[in-house]
Write a protein that binds this ligand. Sequence first.
Ligand code: MF3
Ligand code: CO
Ligand code: CO
Length: 248
Amino acid sequence: LSTREIDKMRRAGHLAAKLLHHLSAMVQPGISTLELNDEAERWTQAHGAKSAPLGYKGFPKSICTSINEVVCHGIPSKKQTLKEGDIINIDVTLIVDGYHGDTSKTFFVGEPSPLARKLVEVTEECRRRGIEAIKPGAKMGDIGAAIQEYAEAEGFSVVRDFVGHGISNVFHTAPQVPHYGEWGKGRKLRPGMVFTIEPMINAGTWEVELQADGWTALTKDRKLSAQCEHTLAVTPDGCEILTPYPED
Ligand code: MF3
Ligand code: CO
Ligand code: CO
């Protein structure tokens, strides 16, 4: 992308991160995922932006809310309320001035189990290591290799069925960014490339299953899954996180 386009991506990305942080304050036992969704939609409109998921390929809501064994693309629902000990990934994508900012984070509802805490910490470290691998001349496979090596060394698995993606004035575009792979493989990273890294890390098997709603992906063994996501731009000396989370 051009400098001008990356400026727009940065505005969308910063606003998306701010929304994610805003929603994090609502995460507590008893709240429904529909309430999170409705506040997200209200906040987005109040800030002059658009929710990218709403109506995207028929997705019915404004954000994705993925609890415990749900890997991604959980649909907010009035019937689904958060319980003490749950983990929930909230994934927001905003459109500002035609460009997308896509980011997510997994939050604890109350006190997590030791396993849930470790899974979420490892997932964030996976994203960090993936980001660290991004610089001009590095290969796309380096990102996946960095993530997979660490996740598996910690006893977890990397989801194969969903990958990071190019993003711009289009929500999902080339290139694909697998969170598994081999060092030195894949296409060469060049300044101006913009894509997401969004590892989904499972406590058990990497295999996923789609629910009858056609969206909700869950782990085949029903063990926990965590995810976090940033939108990134490759720069001449590394990369810029376009969706910096206020507390990080
Ligand atoms: N935000 C998700 C991603 O990281 C995509 C959600 S698509 C939807 O790519 F249709 F499920 F909203
Ligand atoms: Co994404
Ligand atoms: Co996303």
